[in-house]
Ligand binder design. Structure first.
Ligand code: GDP
Ligand code: MG
Length: 781
């Protein structure tokens, strides 16, 4: 038993520090959070210790093992089915009594358990003294004191785990449930002994059966002879009900609480002289009955303003860099499909998404700060009253808040909800919380159509629309699809603390990697697809002969030059008089200077310069000027024709055809076919809306080498207006969750029906709301 691989499961209440300790031991960098629901999947890590290979499993945090929520079931199944060699129960020492309730249930599973008494610093701060030796003695196991976030006690814990494994024995732990119940437990246990296939602790099974645990009874039902046992249990439960005049499971739970309370009073002594902690004082303000909500909204408003205004600088630099990069490649690649694919498809698409990385990072910085300081849990508490009004549970608010980051963890985070109805409603409305992938869409459109001083407010308002809709839809779902009472709000308030730089960095690092990965895979693929759809087919049948139109422009230009310049000067070519072409060049230079430096050269300054020129070369000047003007005219005419041609080609491409097909549906919302194409492709991931627009506007652009930014291109398109831009933001916010979110939704609800429902209801809702916004907006303007 000495050199062997050991499986060590970390169990404990949410927020007790499991992930912190898991990271300390394995050196991993999982995100730690200050609220339940962060560790929703089990995580594994390795550690070599004294020649032993330890496999650590970080279980979801639970308060009990009654299988009321999916998290509890997951945690319990790992312990019951996989039989880890050692269970490390991590306890929050500052909340010892409630944490012990789980410890007792773990002990009943008859696996070796060691206790890690974490957060001893907080307990001490609160004047709570815990006799850990006595605690270990009472429960018959070893106890180690720890301060997880300062990596204290990790080695002691490892040593203890190692010792416990070496000892390979554990004291049977039997909680005395009182004469009547114990008699029934004995009865059922004996009946269970007759079964051959059972691998679980019999006493535990008997207790679970008496508690009417659905998971366990349905498992027993499948075993040969199981149904006989179930009827025996049914009878026993009936008798107990008569004796206690209450449900047996409540009586059993009560005995456990009583036992835990007794142990707690024996090992802990509180020193109540300390009065209010700093945390309590801050809480008096932040969770104030009246001020709480306004403070919450104030903090959110501030966050979005910072994301926008501070993020705008690095975003602009990145965007410029990418534009330059595109122009550079454009100049150095030979004309053709490859150049177009690289410049329009890849740089136009992926580049436009990458430039929003700074905004995303700032948003996640904000969320990480809110989480790690402990404010997030307060926000849930503050909003609980509002949530309650719509029949949702306060705990639902945490997955919803996670939704600001990404819908995927938000949907997974609903596992902490005990009530399946609450959980379904929360899953359905979570995608309405505006995730970070939608931020690039908002940022692009706001920057293009709203002045900087309103930008933050516009952005904020979109988020508010999402929140209001989520609440509204929850109300409706709750009333019509999932009626039933909401449960009471039980959630601990972790003490406030300064977030560690490491934790914040971990969070942001993970996010950037994820975002860039997405840009490099999904968005790259989507961009190439969109590029293809916008460029092909190439053999378009044009509605008119563009080349001929251009030749006509060319011809009329030559005719006019001959008529008005060459004949009067008696020459055949403008180059025949060197001074003439030189003069044209000079006039062009003066105008170019104006174009380049806009404000620096005022209209009068130009006129002055031209005057000077006229006086110096009074004879040739009128002809040169005329020539210059004709040339300008020719250029702009040709450009117009080119643009029209590019536009027609785009409209007849595959993407154009798709867009045109759906255009009638989205026209009432103020959207044209280009937006239609983008909305279709953005179903893969919402950022793809930006990359698709990037590709479309790059393709539609005539001069490759002198590309304008997407933002300018949008602002210049007459199909857009501030109202259309706002409508597009609203539509993007509401319509179908992205593919990843739908996939997780399917997995978590285990139902195609609800997945399809989520897709349909959100898209219809988006259409209705956007229609209302657009039509009202049109009436007002
Ligand atoms: P989990 O939900 O059990 O995985 O808990 P986490 O590991 O995510 O920790 C929750 C929070 O408590 C994090 O912000 C940690 O930094 C913090 N934390 C962990 N251990 C301690 C400790 O011993 N003392 C204090 N003061 N904070 C801790
Ligand atoms: Mg965790």
């Amino acid at each position: 038993m000495s050199t062997k691989n050991l499986t060590v499961a970390l169990a404990g209440n949410p927020n007790s520090g499991k992930t912190t300790i898991f990271n300390n031991i394995t050196g991993a960098r999982q995100h730690v959070g200050n609220y339940p629901g962060v560790t929703v999947e089990r995580r594994e890590g390795f550690r070599r210790y004294q020649g032993k290979e330890l496999l650590l499993v970080d279980l979801p945090g639970t308060y009990s093992l009654t299988a009321h929520s999916l998290d509890e079931l997951v945690a319990r199944n790992v312990i019951v089915n996989e039989k880890p060699d050692i269970i490390v129960n991590i306890l929050d020492a500052s909340n010892l009594e409630r944490n012990l309730y789980l410890a007792v249930q773990l002990l009943e599973l008859e696996r070796p358990v060691v206790l890690a008494l974490n957060m001893t610093d907080v307990a001490e701060e609160r004047g709570l003294k815990i006799n850990d030796e006595l605690l270990g003695h009472k429960l018959g196991i070893s106890v180690v004191r720890m301060v997880g976030n300062r990596n204290k006690g990790t080695d002691d814990l490892l040593q203890m785990v190692s010792d416990a494994a070496a000892a390979n024995e554990h004291q049977p732990f039997n909680l005395d449930y009182g004469q009547e119940i114990e008699a029934k437990i004995k009865l059922v246990t004996e009946a269970l002994e007759a079964l051959t296939e059972v691998k679980y602790p019999l006493r535990w099974l008997a207790i679970k059966l008496l508690e009417n645990d659905q998971d366990v009874s349905s498992a027993i039902k499948l075993v040969v002879g199981g149904s006989k046992i179930l009827s025996l249990v049914e009878q026993a439960r009936g008798e107990l009900k008569v004796v206690f005049n209450d449900e047996p499971e409540l009586v059993i739970a009560e005995s456990r609480y009583r036992f835990v309370g007794k142990v707690y009073r024996q090992v802990a002594s509180a020193n109540n002289d300390l009065g209010k902690t700093t945390s309590d004082k801050i809480d008096n303000v932040l969770t104030h009955r009246v001020l709480g909500l306004p403070i919450f909204f104030g903090i959110m408003w501030l966050l979005f303003n910072i994301v926008f205004t501070v993020g705008a600088y690095p975003q602009e630099w990145l965007e410029q860099g990418i534009t330059w990069g595109g122009a550079f490649l454009g100049q150095n690649l030979a004309d053709g499909a490859l150049k177009s694919l690289v410049v329009d498809g890849i740089i136009g698409g992926v580049g436009s998404v990458i430039s929003f990385l700074p905004n995303i990072l700032l948003l996640f910085l904000g969320i990480a700060l809110l989480e790690d300081t402990g404010y997030m849990a307060r926000a849930a508490f503050v909003v609980d009253r509002v949530m309650r009004a719509v029949g949702l549970h306060g705990k639902s608010f945490i997955p919803l808040l996670l939704g600001f980051g990404c819908s995927v963890p938000a949907i997974m985070g609903t596992r902490t909800l005990e009530n399946p109805r609450d959980r379904m409603v929360t899953i359905l409305v979570a995608p309405l919380m505006s995730c970070s992938a939608r931020l690039p869409v908002y940022t692009l459109l706001t920057a293009a159509f709203f002045s900087p001083q309103f930008a933050g407010t516009v952005l904020f308002s979109v988020y508010v629309v999402g929140i209001v809709l989520a609440i509204f839809m929850a109300l409706i779902f709750r009333k019509f699809l999932f009626p039933g009472a909401a449960e009471a709000f039980v959630m601990e308030m972790p003490p406030y603390h300064l977030p560690t730089i490491r934790s914040i960095f971990t969070h942001m690092w993970e996010r950037s990697v994820l975002y860039l990965k997405k840009a490099g895979t999904l968005i790259l693929a989507a961009s190439i697809l969109v590029w293809f759809a916008t460029n092909y087919p190439t053999n378009v049948e044009y509605s008119k002969d563009y080349d001929q139109e251009k030749t006509q422009v060319e011809e009329s230009f030559s005719a006019q030059v001959t008529q008005n310049v060459l004949i009067p000067l008696h020459i055949e070519n403008p180059e025949d008089i060197e001074a003439l072409s030189a003069l044209v060049g000079e006039i062009a230079a003066i105008h170019d200077a104006k174009d380049k430096e806009d404000q620096a050269l005022s209209a009068t300054a130009i006129a002055d310069k031209l005057d000077e020129l006229q006086q110096a070369k009074s004879v040739l000047y009128p002809y040169a000027m005329h020539y210059y003007e004709l040339e300008q005219e020719k250029q702009s005419e040709t450009e117009k024709i080119d643009k029209e041609q590019a536009g027609e080609k785009l409209a007849k491409s595959y993407a154009g055809q798709i867009g045109k097909t759906i255009e009638p549906v989205i026209q009432p919302l103020g959207f044209d076919w280009k937006i239609g194409v983008s909305l279709v492709s953005a179903m893969a991931a919402k950022e793809v809306l930006v990359s698709t627009l990037g590709t479309i506007y790059n393709v539609g652009e005539v001069d490759e080498d002198d590309s304008t930014s997407l933002q300018e291109a949008l602002a210049a398109d007459p199909a857009f207006s501030p109202l259309v831009a706002y409508c597009l933001m609203i539509f993007t916010l509401i319509y179908s969750p992205c593919l990843a979110a739908l996939a997780v939704l399917r997995r978590e609800t285990n139902s195609w029906k609800w997945t399809a429902f989520s897709f349909c209801y959100s898209t219809v809702l988006a259409w209705i709301i956007t229609l209302a916004v657009y039509q009202v907006g049109m009436m007002l303007s």
